[in-house]
Write a new protein. Structure first.
Length: 108
């Protein structure tokens, strides 16, 4: 049996993993009745993303005190952006040109 090298690779942190889409450096977002819109980038092209309000509502009620949908979005923004990037990469939203996230798309 050949000896294994002693290299142990650490798993990259959640935020360090490469994503198909890049985060908006300005961190802009807009709150609407049906959800929160935010922008990500593929090279120099803007990609509009939206997380449905119902997705935020399902998860935010697990916190005490219950944060607003906007506060919850900001608390979990990195995970939400990761989910938007993954969904974009899997081409599940090519028809609308907007990456729409529902509660089944994000692991809060």
């Amino acid at each position: 049996m050949a000896a294994r090298s002693g290299l142990i690779r650490e798993r990259p942190s959640f935020e360090d993993c490469q994503m198909a889409l890049a985060r908006d450096p300005d961190g802009q977002y807009e709150v609407h009745r049906h959800g929160i819109f935010f922008v990500m980038y593929k090279d120099s092209s803007e990609v509009t993303c939206m997380i449905a309000r119902r997705a935020l509502n399902v998860m935010r009620v697990r916190f005490h005190p219950i944060p607003s949908a906007e506060e919850f979005f900001l608390m979990r923004r990195a995970r939400i952006e990761r989910a938007a990037s993954d969904k974009f990469e899997n081409r599940q939203s090519s028809v609308t040109r907007v990456v729409l996230l529902d509660r089944f798309d994000v692991d809060f």
